[in-house]
Design a protein around this ligand. Structure first.
Ligand SMILES: [Zn+2]
Length: 273
């Protein structure tokens, strides 16, 4: 009797210790795992956060790339590695004029598998500097995407260099839905993520202007949290749950594209070889 009871107790304890698994119905394309994040949250724990958030996949980049490689080693089924051109924090404003970045990127692309290069920051005419020109060439040579935190002008310059480039526009460029629709119409290979945007979510219902955009371009938009600071890792699960609420306000086929199918297609295209 006592033995049965203790076995039961252990079983219940195990059940309570593993939280109900959320369905793996989301892909987050904007996760960073930089050195200060892995000091706070070791790779196994970070992977647990992503799995507990119910993520099917997470596109991860980091300064330096070591963080991405650490996560990828623990969970290759979950992590889609993206190569950030920053070796450490603080290179965000200087990297576009630092031509030593090119060699680093070329070397990494030979050594490891990546679905894209980014997330990087470039604005306006800086998108025509040699470092960006070379990155656009490399993305096209390797058949991978660029994850660009940029204004519309820089995106235009990138497509002017090569209209076949696949660009994932971080934070949907922080532009309003009308401008985004205009850009999507002009550039068939432009996609975007909703990281750090919240205007589309009116307490669980979708804002009408954003709804029109989602319905007009259901294949172009993806989800992102943007863990740019280590403490934002604590927000990944809440963000996934909040996202599930407003997604329910969209037609299911559109919600599925935004929540996972668009990101899945991009990752499959990039990692096809
Ligand atoms: Zn970011």
């Amino acid at each position: 009797m006592l033995k049965t009871l203790s076995v039961c107790t252990i079983f219940i304890a195990i059940l309570l210790a593993s939280p109900a698994k959320a369905t793996e119905d989301l892909i987050d394309v904007h996760i960073h795992y930089s050195h200060d994040a892995w000091e706070m949250l070791p790779p196994e724990e970070a992977v647990k956060v992503l799995r507990d958030a119910g993520l099917k996949k997470a596109f991860v980049s980091s300064s330096s790339d070591e963080g991405t490689q650490k996560l990828y080693a623990v969970a290759p089924d979950l992590i889609v590695p993206v190569l950030r051109p920053y070796r450490k924090r603080g290179e965000l404003g200087t990297w576009v004029r630092d031509e030593s970045v090119i060699g680093m990127i070329e070397k990494k692309l030979k050594e490891n598998t990546y679905a894209g290069i980014g997330e990087f920051h470039v604005y306006g005419e800086d998108a025509n500097l040699p470092v960006i020109r070379r990155i656009v060439e490399l993305a096209n040579e390797h058949g991978i995407f660029l994850h660009a935190h940029s204004d519309a002008e820089a995106i235009e310059f990138i497509f002017a260099q090569n209209p076949n480039t696949r660009v994932l526009w971080a934070h949907s460029g922080f532009v309003p839905p009308k401008k985004l629709a205009e850009m999507f119409a002009r550039y068939p290979h432009l996609t975007s993520d909703l990281a750090v945007r919240s205007e589309h979510d009116n307490d669980g219902t979708v804002d009408p202007e954003w709804r029109a955009l989602f319905l007009a371009y259901p294949d172009r938009i993806m989800l992102g949290t943007d863990t740019y600071a280590p403490e934002l890792w604590y927000y990944v699960i809440d963000h996934a749950n909040e996202t599930r609420v407003w997604l329910q306000d969209l037609p299911p086929a559109v919600a599925r594209k935004i929540s996972q199918e668009n990101a899945e297609a991009l990752a499959e295209w990039a990692l096809k070889k």
